[in-house]
Design a protein. Sequence first.
Length: 79
Amino acid sequence: MNESYSIIYTRDQLSRISGIANITTKRLFEWLWQEVGIQPGEYLIKRHNDSYRYNPDIEIRFSQEAFAYWKLQGLGVDK
């Protein structure tokens, strides 16, 4: 996965975008697969720079094709 095909949002921003009240990695995986249509294995989810605070930055790195699909969905590319 390439850093140039990544997005970084705070946990609260991802919660608003996805409609998930309590963000977890598993729920984000399910949302990306079921609602957005990006298959598992086409992205990685992690805390950006290992940020450990109340509202951490979360980075999602996509494959090139998955990133293009993310942008086509109109979901935005950065915070």
